[in-house]
Design a protein around this ligand. Sequence first.
Ligand code: ZN
Length: 117
Amino acid sequence: MSIRLFLTCHEHNKPLRARRESGIHLSHLLRIREEIAHRDELVAATLNGSLGEYLNLKGWNRWFSTASAAFLVHHRACRIGIGIVDEYGRPYSLVNDADRGAVPDRQHYIRATSVGA
Ligand SMILES: [Zn+2]
């Protein structure tokens, strides 16, 4: 089953969703979670022009990870946290698949947020 997955940013009064999807299958959640966990590296690589090399190193999908990187760069100053939702607005855990569709644990957001270094 294909399903479009997007990053969201909860810093905003109404959480903002990325325009471009970061994945189109639930199996992409693993990579998307990694992208969020390595958000600082992804932002730095984008800003210093080494994103291509970084994605090769990670073995991540260039199309989807570039979309994630663009969103994370745009929201690099946001402190509350990045989340994952599908095309229907259903949130996904940043940690595992067990609570798919449930409201994500706020702790996960806090842990995933490490901006400002
Ligand atoms: Zn934001």
